[in-house]
Ligand binder design. Structure first.
Ligand code: GAL
Length: 390
């Protein structure tokens, strides 16, 4: 326990902004987002059902907290310029209260442009007003999607890419200031598809996460193209600021069991935000077991906040590793081939020259203390996820 005088001193040192930085997205945000399942069809009822299911399915207990409404909730501005939701969302404050009553948090979506990607009203020239509206509703998370602002950039700075980049940065900064001015801790998520090395400047403009790529979809090719292209970005991530290789497609499309395991394992090693995008109200046990696996989530949410990176890629076999607390390391042995393959991990490759105690995470099995290496058959499109300790 801190003595009263020291506690007072400490409180004086922690200004409101450092407190905000410490509490918002200390680990990669976890939750659910409406886009991958509903796209433009999402309604108030769907979001309430997702919040209900988040609790009853065990997702909340596993750490999934944010229920995020993506594009297509916006209506018109009133005479004062205050943005109203459209008829699919009759009572935003009521919806936010409902989500909060479940012990969850709620997210929303906008664009720095006059319109969003789905051509709904954006925040252009209404940034402060919109930030205040979100705060008044009780919003906890904003995804800010470049989309309609691109038109403004090309109109105002034709053939001047440097000026366009600066305009984009200014637009993100503007909303950052507007959000901070509300005094409400709101996770700020940049969505501009990884352009202009956003990982270098995003955190300085208040990004708690930033998309590193274009949109994911529920196919093996797209998911792996995105996931395995994240090599080299680890150094930009840390508590409060995360690379975002886009939302999860676990349980969507025709991804096989092994493909879903690859997706979840790779995102955990990447310390990626874990935003499920499947139908939580009708989740098969198999999908739920993948999304709520406590050991995998612990890898993603490890308090060190270090993103993992590629260790080797030999043909279709990739080995990726992520440092964890207490000197442990998560190691993924991935097989991108169409047939199963034997994969050998030499412990010296991942900093365990003296041998390692090995845990097979998806197998939920301790493999004991092993000396130099471990060889295992990895199924097609599959993964063996290990945690090594001394
Ligand atoms: C895209 C974005 C998607 C989704 C969509 C909504 O630009 O990358 O994640 O938000 O807009 O229109």
């Amino acid at each position: 326990m801190l003595r009263p005088v020291r506690a007072l001193l400490l409180a004086a040192l922690l200004t409101p902004s450092t407190l905000l930085a410490q509490t918002v997205a200390a680990t990669p945000p976890m939750g659910w987002n409406s886009w991958n399942l509903f796209a433009g069809r999402v309604t108030d009822k769907d979001v309430r059902a997702a919040a209900d299911a988040m609790v009853t399915s065990g997702m909340k207990d596993a750490g999934y907290i944010y229920v995020n409404i993506d594009d297509t909730w916006q209506g018109q501005r009133d005479a004062q310029g205050i943005l109203q939701p459209n008829s699919k969302f009759p009572d935003m404050k009521g919806l936010a209260d409902y989500v909060h009553s479940k012990g969850l948090k709620i997210g929303i979506y906008s664009s720095p442009g006059p319109t969003t990607c789905a051509k709904y009203e954006g925040s252009y020239q209404h940034e402060e007003q919109d930030a205040k509206t979100y705060a008044a509703w009780g919003i906890d998370y904003l995804k800010y999607d470049l989309c309609g602002f691109r038109k403004i950039m090309t109109q105002e700075a034709p053939n001047d890419p440097a000026k366009q980049t600066q305009m984009m940065k200014d637009a993100y900064e503007k909303m950052n200031k507007a959000l901070k001015a509300t005094g409400r801790p709101i996770v700020y998520s940049f969505c501009q598809y990884g352009w202009d090395a956003v990982w270098e400047w995003g955190p300085g403009l208040g990004a708690n996460l930033w998309r590193t790529t274009g949109d994911i979809n529920p196919t093996w090719d797209r998911m792996t193209l995105i996931g395995f292209s994240q090599a080299g970005l680890a150094k930009y991530a840390g508590p409060g600021h995360w690379n975002d290789p886009d939302m999860l497609e676990v349980g969507n499309g025709k991804l096989t069991h092994d493909e879903n395991l690859t997706h979840m394992s790779l995102w955990a090693i990447l310390a990626a935000p874990l935003l499920a995008g499947n139908d939580l109200s009708q989740m098969p046990a198999e999908t739920s077991a993948i999304l709520t696996n406590k050991e995998v989530i612990a890898i993603d949410q490890d308090p060190l906040g270090k993103q993992g990176d590629r260790v080797s890629a030999v043909g279709p076999v990739e080995i990726w590793a992520k440092p964890l607390k207490d000197g442990q390391k998560a190691v993924g042995l991935f097989n991108r081939d169409d047939t199963s393959l034997p994969v050998t991990l030499k412990f010296s490759e991942v900093g365990f020259s003296g041998g390692a105690k090995v845990r097979d995470v998806w197998g939920a099995k301790d493999l004991g203390k092993l000396k130099d290496s471990y060889t295992v058959s990895v199924p097609r499109h599959g993964v063996v996820l290990l945690v090594l300790s001394k």
